[in-house]
Write a protein that binds this ligand. Sequence first.
Ligand code: UN1
Length: 512
Amino acid sequence: MQTISQVLRNLNILELNPAYSTGAVWGSSSGSNAIDSYSPVDGEKIASVQVVSAADYEKVITKAADAFLFWRSMPAPKRGEIVRQFGDALRKYKTDLGTLVSYEMGKSLQEGLGEVQEMIDICDFAVGLSRQLYGLTMHSERPGHRMYEQWHPLGVVGIISAFNFPVAVWSWNTALAWVCGNVCVWKPSEKTPVTAIACQHIIADVFKANGIPEGVSNLIIGDKITGELMTGDSRVALISATGSTRMGKEVGVAVAARLGKSLLELGGNNAIIISEHADLDMSLIGAVFGAVGTAGQRCTSTRRLIIHENVYDVFTAKLVKAYAQLHIGNPLDEHNHVGPLIDRAAVAGYLDAIEKCKAEGGRFIVEGAVLEGPGYTSGCYVKPCIAEVENDYKIVQHETFAPILYLIKYKTLAEAIALQNNVPQGLSSAIMTLNLREAEQFLSAAGSDCGIANVNIGTSGAEIGGAFGGEKETGGGRESGSDAWKAYMRRQTNTINYSNTLPLAQGIKFDL
Ligand code: UN1
């Protein structure tokens, strides 16, 4: 396997190299206005990156607003061609970028590569979309009139992304926003700035090769204060933010205060209902991957299993056996299933949740622990654990970004659906059943209240083709596939009178 410095060299980000239209400056030394990125894999510092100042931010936004004047006039299919080339560049850099994602964020290499694959997929989707930004045509109630609607770009789109999908979620937003004619300013998580710089370099080469002016893709590295510059800025038409519900509430309020648009993709508290009619072996794979994949740090991670009483004992026995077989360790080693949490603060959150769960009466059937010793020196590796709980425990109602799986027993489907819905969040949900009636009830209006509801698939691992997002405290936004592109455009209704008179609508007479 290649070394990380080789990966950084392949991605052209080893040397001091001011990125294309970015406020981020690549620095070698730490300072009060620098962010140090440490790998949770081995605790090594990857790089130190300068935080944008308010003056840098101004420069970036001005450049972005200028670039919009050019970009919005370029035909959408031509913008799609640029995104097609971006997808090709990602194919070329897939191994390097996937490895860097895995090293900087801590997810398994397979998941790092999968994340880059999601980027490639959304590029393909956006290329097709660039020829399909359709508006409707309506029949006017007045003679000699025509009505239709068209979709125009919004302007500057601000993207705030989280550490857990450091590159894919940005690409869902940016690939769509670009073909729609917007320019983007990206504020990545301060925990994963290096992967963001790598992406900015990859797209910069594509833009340069096509003679596109700077400012269509912008990167600002910073903390909460940098984010606040953007959320309060009325030059930023749309803020698309992914992260915790706490963050989303602040962003939503700041953007609403200036009547801007926001697209929020926030916390989940996702459950799988394991019916007595489930294929239990298949359910096991969905449940374990959902709970321990990405070390439980996906917004779609499975946090709760709602299990029918008739299969509860046999299924929990399978779960315990499967957990005993999990390999926890360096995520770049393909034999390992579970990598580290993002940092020690996340480890503290995991321990705190376990303690709270026990205090409320939770009974752990697989105990958690922080792993120590060779291979675990970063202090970020924890044991995935399982607790039997009641759904209304405070800690169960809360999204803890860690591999803690809660088990709840049920008797009737109505009860299971109520348990599944009875949390503040509404992102992803699933039922494992071979019974058609159960499946359809779960999917009906009286079923799951989540943005994503699956049958015989776990809660995580959505494809890019569907709209992604959820309800309640998940924030209501939809990104990625289907018609999520409409969030990145403004709708204009056009009525054209080609008659010789000016009849008023609703039959109103106004003669002079
Ligand atoms: C996220 O965790 O914010 O559905 C995104 C999934 C991935 C995306 C997760 N495709 O699990």
